[in-house]
Design a protein around this ligand. Structure first.
Ligand SMILES: [Zn+2]
Length: 234
């Protein structure tokens, strides 16, 4: 399969018969073969995760399905696309056309997605992350960590082929809290690939992770993204 990093938290996964597009925000969407079914996901309504431009795709091709978080209002979906759109709440299962989706609750808005297609399993976090900030009160940060770990629990020990997980430089020294817990929870598996996201175009934050984790067994799993449009064959 081919995975293309488009921008911020937006990735395109191209499988043999299916394509999955997550959290389109801006940047160029590559041409996707017309005979593939296209599933377009949006984890929540924030403008860095949801851009109504995604509805254009249904005008250009057939077999497009929209899987949106419940916090994206139906009124934001053009009338012509409402039949091919679902709005999912957290902890919900949905399946159609050979693709199954399970949603997790987020520590921000909306949901995270676990998606199975063509025998592979993917995780896209949306903004589900350990958003601890220096300067927030200790009990706020403690509650954040507890919620993050609780919401992530369905992923314990799960086998993932590819995962898209925030690594946000704005968190300063806390940038890797969410990533490192995610890596420990999901268990070692050298086949999986983890794509850092939500980096605000600062890919040095991925280099920082490598520099600060010299002995981590997950080094070979983390994908070093260098810029928009990078693509990876997996
Ligand atoms: Zn965001």
């Amino acid at each position: 399969m081919k995975i293309t990093y488009i921008a911020h938290s937006c990735f395109l996964i191209e499988l043999e018969y299916t394509a999955l597009l997550f959290d389109y925000y801006q940047g160029e969407i590559p041409d996707i073969a017309r005979d593939k079914k296209l599933f377009v996901f949006a984890s929540h309504r924030h403008p860095d995760h949801f851009n109504p431009e995604i509805f254009r795709l249904a005008k250009e091709r057939e077999n497009v399905f929209y899987i949106l978080s419940y916090d994206i209002w139906k009124s934001r979906v053009p009338e012509e696309q409402r039949d091919q759109t679902v709005h999912l709440k957290p902890n919900t299962d949905w399946e159609a056309q050979g693709v199954s989706v399970h949603t997790l609750r987020s520590t921000d808005e909306g949901v995270a997605f676990v998606v199975k297609a063509e025998g592979r399993t993917f995780y896209h976090a949306g903004d589900l992350n350990d958003w601890r900030w220096e300067g927030e009160p200790d009990d706020w940060n403690r509650r954040m960590e507890e919620n993050f770990r609780r919401f992530l629990e369905p992923l314990r020990g799960i086998k993932l082929d590819a995962a898209f997980v925030p690594l946000d430089p704005r968190q300063e020294n806390g940038y890797a809290l969410g990533m490192d817990y995610f890596l420990s929870l999901t268990g070692e598996d050298s086949r999986r690939k983890i794509y850092p996201m939500h980096c605000w175009d600062n890919y040095g934050i991925i280099e920082r992770w490598f520099a600060e984790h010299p002995d981590s067994p997950d080094r070979e799993c983390i994908v070093q993204i260098t810029g928009r449009g990078d693509s990876f064959i997996q």
